[in-house]
Design a protein around this ligand. Structure first.
Ligand SMILES: *[C@@H]1O[C@H](CO)[C@@H](O)[C@H](O)[C@H]1NC(C)=O
Ligand SMILES: *[C@@H]1O[C@H](CO)[C@@H](O)[C@H](O)[C@H]1NC(C)=O
Ligand SMILES: *[C@@H]1O[C@H](CO)[C@@H](O)[C@H](O)[C@H]1NC(C)=O
Ligand SMILES: *[C@@H]1O[C@H](CO)[C@@H](O)[C@H](O)[C@H]1NC(C)=O
Ligand SMILES: *[C@@H]1O[C@H](CO)[C@@H](O)[C@H](O)[C@H]1NC(C)=O
Ligand SMILES: *[C@@H]1O[C@H](CO)[C@@H](O)[C@H](O)[C@H]1NC(C)=O
Length: 135
């Protein structure tokens, strides 16, 4: 049921999944309750109004996973990267770097530019896999 809802949402929203940092400020990655650096918070402009912003928090597990052949970080609907990755950290302004491993033991350190998979949809952070909660 949950997957069905997620896929339906991905089909409805056809915006380009890019460049949220052009319209969002105060971009910060937070730890989840389980201690993984997976909660992306930002203050984002809404469509209609260049002064109105919303604070939202997106759980990157909804859209970030690993490539099962290389263990590299990759965009993946409900990819649950936190289950495969450790030592995550922010690289530069918009990149996330992690040390990840597949279940059959392939290890890799990789980074991914969050701007290539996350967009600002009317003040809410969205990705192909989910959207942010109001925060
Ligand atoms: C992202 O937005 C910035 C600022 O508006 C712009 O300079 C840059 O070219 C954009 N990048 C992409 C990939 O659209
Ligand atoms: C834009 O947002 C500001 C702050 O929320 C509000 O005061 C203003 O009325 C809004 N303007 C329009 C045209 O919606
Ligand atoms: C967003 O959060 C910042 C600080 O955390 C706060 O100052 C600001 O008022 C919040 N903005 C909205 C629209 O809630
Ligand atoms: C990842 O980086 C850490 C720290 O630099 C290093 O110890 C480890 O060997 C690297 N792992 C791989 C698979 O390259
Ligand atoms: C995995 O990442 C490394 C370094 O970031 C890169 O050299 C390699 O081509 C990537 N492999 C795949 C399959 O994407
Ligand atoms: C964007 O959000 C505002 C404020 O919640 C809402 O009034 C407006 O209808 C939304 N616009 C679109 C195109 O969804």
């Amino acid at each position: 049921m949950f997957l069905y809802v997620v896929l339906l949402f991905a089909g409805l929203v056809f915006a380009a999944w890019t460049n949220f940092t052009a319209t969002c400020t105060d971009v910060v990655l937070h730890e989840s309750l389980t201690g993984h650096l997976s909660q992306l918070t930002a203050s984002c402009l809404t469509f209609a109004n260049t002064t109105s912003t919303r604070n939202t928090t997106l759980d990157l597990n909804l859209c970030l996973g690993i490539d099962y052949t290389s263990a590299n970080l990759t965009w993946s609907i409900y990819g649950k990267f936190s289950e495969y990755c450790a030592s995550c950290h922010v690289v530069g302004r918009t990149r996330l770097g992690c040390s990840c491993a597949t279940l059959n033991g392939i290890h890799a350190n990789s980074t991914i530019d969050l701007n290539t998979g996350i967009s600002n949809t009317n003040g809410t952070l969205t990705c192909q896999g989910g959207m942010a909660m109001e925060s």
